[in-house]
Design a protein. Structure first.
Length: 234
């Protein structure tokens, strides 16, 4: 599949310092390592790192983005998009060239937003090459990505107004479970013990936490359990 990112969210924090502190059961206060302001900045940096961790774990961008994607058809009644949840389908063309392509009307198809699936009763023409023998038949694995779809996908963050492409959202759509997973991850990093740890640096932020090798035989962490259902594998 050929995917082009036309616009992406400029926000990167999936939670707030206040929510993290509610999960940790703490309030704004000075610590043994610095002032209350230092503690606030530390949590903010950990939120950035944990938000990126959540996105990497899920396997796709979490924030709202505008995409243009060339999708192959298999002679079925559906096209499958690679970014979810789909917020809005802007245009669907039957060719990669918008100059010569025919655009489908929105009344011609239905959208399964969470699955990223565009369904059409008339189906989508099979784009495979064909062998000619006594009869013509499709060549396996030769499907060409000839259906062009422009769409918006992702979740609106809880503490910002996100604008991408032609659609503006002022309401939160990010699942609470994702935000909670990020907050719990921040808590884990914040309270990490100095023994048996590995070091990770994201920009100017350096954090330590238990190595993945040390925990390789253990069950998933609680943040991972919360994110598991959102993982995207194509």
């Amino acid at each position: 599949m050929l995917l082009t990112v036309c616009a992406s969210s400029t926000e990167s924090s999936l939670t707030s310092v206040e929510y993290v502190r509610s999960v940790m059961g703490t309030t704004a206060t000075a610590t043994s390592t610095g002032s209350a302001a230092d503690d606030y900045n530390r949590i903010t940096d950990l939120i950035e790192a944990s938000s990126q961790w959540a996105e990497d774990y899920i396997g796709q961008p979490i924030g709202v983005g505008l995409y243009q994607e060339l999708v192959p058809a298999y002679g079925s009644m559906a096209l499958l998009l690679s970014r979810t949840p789909v917020r809005n389908v802007l245009r669907v063309y039957d060719s990669s060239s918008t100059d010569t392509a025919s655009e489908l009307q929105s009344s011609e198809y239905r959208l399964d937003a969470d699955a990223g699936m565009i369904q059409r009763d008339a189906g989508f023409e099979w784009t495979a090459g064909r062998w000619q023998d006594i009869e013509s038949f499709p060549v396996p694995g030769s499907e060409a990505p000839s259906w062009l779809v422009e769409y918006e996908a992702g979740w609106a963050f809880p503490y910002s107004t996100t604008t991408a492409g032609e659609t503006t959202s002022t309401g939160r759509t990010l699942p609470k479970s994702i935000e909670t997973a990020v907050a719990m991850r921040v808590h884990d990093l914040y309270t990490a013990q100095p023994n048996n740890v590995t070091r990770e640096q994201v920009g100017d932020l350096s954090v330590t936490y238990r190595s993945a090798d040390a925990d390789s035989n253990k069950t998933q962490s609680e943040p991972e359990k919360l994110l598991r259902s959102y993982r995207r594998v194509l």
